[in-house]
Write a protein that binds this ligand. Sequence first.
Ligand code: NAP
Length: 547
Amino acid sequence: MAGLGSSSPAGPTAGLGSRQPREPTAGLCPPCRRGQPQHPGVPARGRAIFPRAGPRPTPPARQYRRRVKSPPVPHQRALPRMPRGHGRRGRRTVAGGSPAPDVSSFWWPGWHPRMSRGDMAKPLLGHWSMEGDPSITPAASRTIGVLGSGDFARSLAIRLVCSGFKVVVGSRNPKRKAGLFPSAAEVTFQAEAVKKTDVIFVAVFREHYSTLCDLADVLVGKILVDVSNNTEINHHKESNAEYLASLFPACTVVKGFNVVSAWTLQSGARDGNKQVLICSNNQEAKRTVAEIAQVMGFTPVDMGCMSSAREIENIPLHLLPAWKIPIFLALGLFLCFFTYNLIRQVIHPYIREQKNKLYKIPIEVVNTTLPCVAYVMLSLVYLPGVLAACSQLYYGTKYRRFPDWLDQWLQHRKQIGLLSFFCAALHATYSLCLPMRRSHRYQLIETAVKQSTLGFIALVISTLHTLTYGWSRAFDENQYKFYLPPTYTLTLLVPCTVILAKVIFSLPCIQQRLLRIRRGWEKGRYVKFVLPSATGEYSSGETSSNV
Ligand code: NAP
């Protein structure tokens, strides 16, 4: 959609505060290295840097002039240019005679100027310091309505106010709920709120949508943003947004913001989830909501028409989708190695020597299994890379798609690696439960695996350890229980293959070829050309070039 991604024409930062700077309340500001107290204030959309507080507050313009001369600190780069003649020494006015922007009222404990460029520098509800301050004037921009006064509505209202919007909250009991919202947000009855705005976030549960039907007349022609989620995947026949649209056919419904939690709205997208998925049948309405999302610091993602609403509503219910395959892989490996070790360590002695070794199951068998899983999983992190290199060498190009299974495998390497280290950590914990004489055996592999940043080195050291540990056992007849080789001998298969392949790929002739392929060279795709010299004009010679 063309409109997605463009910022709001309304200047939501304009109205951010008109209060006087407050006294410093926190420690020094380390990144500025000027010894001044920690900055108060929250920027609007990361564009404005506000005057530092101190015994004698610096006017905004003066602060700006200084920064122009000195090299900018990263979080101070995008300062808006102040009009000449404004904000001179001691004056706190900006163009138009309005008070200079000061958002000291947006300060909250823990806020730091480094956050100013981020989209998350917004206060937590508990630390909202704007309450009861009449000098705060909301931005002269779009008014946004919010129906409901629950957790999501409150977080949304705070975020909207911080982003410079005027907010009007519609509640069934405005008197009681008003105290929960920042004073900049107007809390009134639902019908009153709806009349004052064209864009309304419906922050009530689907079950209560029907109670809003009384508002149908005043809602005609308005944009309703459905933020609701379900408790089960495909809970209802139609999506919540479609249901809302069916209740209010004279309105335009846009699905969005449901993948953002109330917490993320308040604290900012620190967990990396900045995307707001939006869908609607009306392009204009979708663009309007996308612009609002962008001004709020989120990244709007156009998900198409309203039929996508169901999919969007299911997204928060999918728990860690990228982890599903790696977790099943780890569990599968664990089960295999556990059974294998159980046969060798418990069942074999019981059948052959009538010895009851069931006590070994909870600690010893598990502890023998965990490093095996960790070790094999660590090698499985590198194996797809090796297979990919083989494929590239074989086809002589990097522009050929890998098979789907390899593609999936490559995409899950991070999770497989993390699970490998989790197993290694569990193994280390388990080893502490064993007598020292046993734990020393695993010392080397633990040390290796703990070096989480040195994945491949850990793999090599683990292999060396397993080889030295298992070498004598590999040739010991007694170690073959039911003709099953010792577990560590078995686990060596995949890592040894990976290491061997890596060694082969590091041979200069293969490495060079692989490097060329990865830089775009392709086998058999030459343009042969003859230099003019070959025609006898200059010196003779034929060469070829890769395209
Ligand atoms: P909540 O705390 O229970 O708030 C729901 C609000 O709905 C109430 O405060 C109430 O406000 C209003 N409401 C209107 N008509 C109602 C009725 N007939 N009965 C009961 N309440 C009625 O829920 P929430 O956590 O804010 O969630 C609201 C919506 O946001 C839900 O659809 C949810 O799926 C969605 N959502 C929430 C989150 C989250 O993190 N919480 C995240 C994404 C999406 P008044 O009493 O003032 O009218």
